[in-house]
Design a protein around this ligand. Structure first.
Ligand code: EPU
Length: 421
């Protein structure tokens, strides 16, 4: 078993190179199996979610070849089926994209209900509603979703809420349906635009991604293509918050500054200085921070996937901050771990009230999910003494070489093998 050991209170200086976006790549790899031909995916993040997806696809005859560390070639000419069993998908939430991809390509799919991070109910009713509107029948039995359609036919689908997963899944299946599909109340996150751009490179006809109405004109065949994944908005935000809490002068490189606006604005409110470049953001912080209020929202609002990291930062702000989680109904499970580090936080339903403390103190803690793990790393960077974080398999799902990237900018963080945690 591995854990991360951090000796806190080191200021951070230098450059961090941001990897490709996790939440784009976990949709783009499934999309690639709909193509008749090789897809070359560049700027691939080297994270566990990618490894798990690649293993799942390799099991059904898809040839996945890493040509360089961050490039993957997906060739599904010899794909043998449309089933993904629990054993292979249990580690990744985004395995649900295999439903849309299999359905598009084979008009059939059998995929175990997804695993992944656990923070409250994570229904897929909007995905299923979309598939049904395209003409698919489905059953759920023994934890497996089985979908089949004589043919897929375009339809108008109004989502009850702007779900990222449902928007992408419907885009995947509708790309290979007959006729036109319109998704209304679609989600607008950057990874939705990235997936739509990739599909269009394969020959699909997706228009309007990034707005709340997406129109997809189905095509009968998709071909291979070369594509570069966008930078990870959440990884970039995590390092910006790390710099804010530790103090110092850090430039995150390979980012799309526009994607960072909701976070940059909050960090400025708190007293950090932000300089935007074409594809970089420099953040200068003294570590003396003002409190602020944060409400998570769908893009372009403040991302829920930066909520735990932001809570860690607010722990040492000079006063009271209020954080409201509007996307997930139970994303505060990590708060008890932050309290072990000295955070003074009260949770009431979807609201966390954070009373800033002068200092966090190192302790042994456990990651409860991916972003919760990132929040504990951030808190550990500011804490006095040693913080030991267990359950780091969650962090590895979505952060490439986190300890190497942080060490490079001056953090004292090590990955250690141990049986203790
Ligand atoms: N929802 C439903 N029914 C559905 C789908 C969603 O009720 O059929 C609800 C959810 O319960 C939630 C809200 O709608 O309250 C939003 O869920 P959404 O479908 O947008 O989330 P997701 O697609 O499952 C993706 C990211 C998450 C991120 C959310 C919100 C991927 C692989 N995952 O999840 O990322 O929190 O969007 O932005 O893209 C992470 O990276 O740490 C992570 C959890």
């Amino acid at each position: 078993m591995e854990h991360l050991v951090i000796n806190g209170q080191k200021q951070l200086f230098g450059d961090v190179f941001i990897s490709g976006a996790k939440n784009a790549v976990v949709a783009i790899i499934p999309a690639a199996i709909m193509a008749n031909g090789k897809c070359v995916i560049e700027n691939l993040p080297n994270i566990e979610d990618v490894t798990s997806l690649v293993d799942t696809l390799t099991n059904i005859g898809v040839k996945c070849e890493f040509t360089e560390e961050n490039t993957l070639i997906v060739d599904s000419s010899n794909i043998t089926g449309y089933c993904a069993a629990y054993e292979s998908v249990r580690k990744i939430r985004a395995s649900y994209y295999l439903m849309g991809a299999f359905l598009g390509r084979f008009k059939k799919a059998e995929v175990a209900m997804p695993g992944g991070c656990n923070f409250g109910t994570r229904p897929i009713d909007q995905h299923l509603k979309g598939f049904k509107a395209l003409g698919a029948e489905y059953t759920i039995s023994h934890g497996i979703v089985k979908l089949s359609a004589e043919k897929l036919v375009g339809s108008n689908i109004y989502l009850d809420m702007p779900s990222v997963g449902a928007t992408i899944n419907i885009m995947l299946a509708a790309s290979m349906a007959e006729g036109v599909t319109v998704i209304e109340n679609a989600a607008k996150e950057p990874h939705i635009v990235d997936t739509a751009n990739f599909l269009n490179m394969l020959g699909a006809k997706v228009k309007g991604a990034g707005t709340d109405v997406i129109k997809i004109t189905g095509v009968s065949e998709l071909h291979g293509a070369e594509y570069m994944i966008i930078p990870d908005q959440i990884e970039a935000g995590t390092y910006m918050i790390a710099a804010a809490i530790a103090g110092g002068d850090v430039t995150v490189r390979n980012v799309i500054p526009k994607h960072m606006d909701p976070l940059s604005a909050k960090l400025q409110d708190m007293g950090c200085v932000i300089y935007e470049g074409d594809d970089s953001i420099r953040i200068v912080s003294t570590g003396n921070l003002r409190p602020t209020n944060v409400k998570t929202m769908t893009y372009p609002g403040f991302p829920t996937d930066l909520q735990p990291q932001m809570t860690a930062l607010l722990c040492i702000a000079d006063g009271t901050s209020i954080l409201t989680e509007n996307v997930w109904n139970n994303r505060f499970q990590y708060i008890n771990e932050l309290k072990r580090l000295g955070g003074n936080i009260t949770v009431e339903g979807r609201v966390a009230v954070v009373e800033g403390v002068k200092q966090l103190m190192g302790a042994e803690v456990n990651a409860t999910d991916l972003r919760a793990g990132a929040a504990l790393v951030i808190a550990g960077l500011a804490a006095k003494g040693t913080t030991t974080i267990g359950n780091i398999k969650y962090i590895d799902r979505g952060y490439e070489k986190i300890e190497e990237k942080l060490t490079k900018i001056g953090a004292d963080i090590k990955r250690v093998k141990s049986e203790r945690i």
